[in-house]
Write a protein that binds this ligand. Structure first.
Ligand code: AQP
Length: 335
């Protein structure tokens, strides 16, 4: 295949900090699934990133493997996508160090996620939390990704990866592809069901705030029934109704309906009917994920074979970029 015919690269990943939720799925994972037709895809279990928060080692190992299986159960085919573990590929922290020498303290201190996480983990504001975007830039740039499918909360991190790539390229020539973030049509930022001003998050202590991919139908419907809504009773898409707006975004994302169609469908109906419909639609969209997950967990040989093969591919592809970077910055040949 000639250079021009080569597929462009898609790169993304998720932290192994808990069970995947509807925000991770609608904001990112769902969009990854069909991309392999058009792109060569690399998706990581970002376990090095997860270390910015203290992890219990035995539980962390389980969570990281479970995340891989959840990817597959949700529909990401590890035979068509290079789904691998970040910590199994040494090039990630290696390039991260080199890129940290091309990143300014000022730009890192402007990252909103750093500010939010330092408040959330005030007792552990470690340097990794601060340099997180550099590791993320290394993840993306190692694979020469053209697109990075992420939720809207990661926009700033992809932008800094672009800045670092451009800075490096302006000194050493075209070493890195400059990546673009890509977002889904709806649900770019799924909000907490308990507080629609806050994003839905794996680590939210309120279990009713977050819908997990492995929740059963009754639990999903119960969580939506309890979702915080706004004053009034009309189902309309308005910034004055953040709770309803969030539910409409979710409903639009799982049904493919437009806001106008949704407003028409629920005209004259109340919040209760709408919440029930959203709960049912989400649970339909996620139906089968839990069963597939349980089956895959019983077949870890298959999963481990996929991890091994994909790790090797990730090492090979990232190794090529790292060699080029080493040469460009003037590091001596490895003997
Ligand atoms: N609420 C969300 N809406 C849309 N997209 C979201 N993503 C996360 N939350 C939402 C997207 O999921 C991908 C993986 O995110 P991550 O696990 O790497 O990190 P995160 O953004 O910090 O996710 P959480 O769930 O909030 O984890 P914790 O609680 O550990 O901090 C990214 O593409 C992200 O945009």
């Amino acid at each position: 295949m000639s250079e021009e015919e080569k597929k462009k690269i898609s790169y993304s990943g998720m932290q192994a900090t808990g069970m995947l939720h509807l925000g991770n799925y609608l904001g990112a994972l769902k969009n990854w699934i069909p991309m392999h037709d058009e792109y060569e895809c690399f998706y990581g279990v970002m376990d090095l990133h997860s270390l910015t928060v203290r992890q219990d080692p035995p539980q962390f190992r389980k969570t990281a493997k479970s995340l891989y299986v959840q990817y597959v159960a949700a529909g990401l085919d590890p035979e068509k996508n290079c789904v691998y573990f970040q910590s199994h590929v040494d090039a990630h922290p290696y390039l991260s160090w080199i890129l940290s020498c091309f990143t300014y303290m000022g730009e890192l201190s402007r990252m909103t996620q750093y500010k939010a996480k330092s408040e959330q983990h005030a007792d552990n504001v470690n340097a990794g939390l601060f340099t997180y975007p550099v590791l993320m830039a290394a993840d993306i740039l190692l694979y020469q990704a053209t697109v990075v499918p992420v939720g809207n909360d990661q926009k700033q991190h992809v932008e800094i990866a672009r800045d670092i790539a451009q800075r490096f390229n302006s000194i050493y020539g075209d070493v890195f592809t400059v990546p673009e973030p890509v977002f889904g049509k709806n649900a770019r930022r799924v909000m907490s069901l308990a507080d629609p001003e806050k994003k839905m998050s794996k680590s939210d202590e309120n279990q009713n705030a977050t819908v997990f991919l492995l929740d059963d139908r009754d639990t999903i419907i119960r969580k939506f029934k309890r979702a915080k809504t706004d004053s009034g009773s009309e189902i309309i898409y308005s910034s004055e109704k953040p709770g309803i707006m969030n539910l409409m975004d979710i409903y639009a994302s799982v049904t493919g309906k437009s806001n106008e169609e949704i407003e028409k469908e629920f005209s004259g109906k109340g919040y209760g009917d709408f919440k029930m419909a959203v709960g049912e639609a989400v649970s339909d969209a996620l139906s089968g994920v839990k069963n597939r997950y349980d089956d895959l967990m019983k077949n870890m040989d298959y999963i481990e074979r996929c991890i091994k093969e994909n790790n090797e591919k990730a090492r090979y592809v990232s190794g090529r970029t790292l060699s080029k970077v080493r040469r460009k910055v003037g590091l001596t040949d490895i003997l």
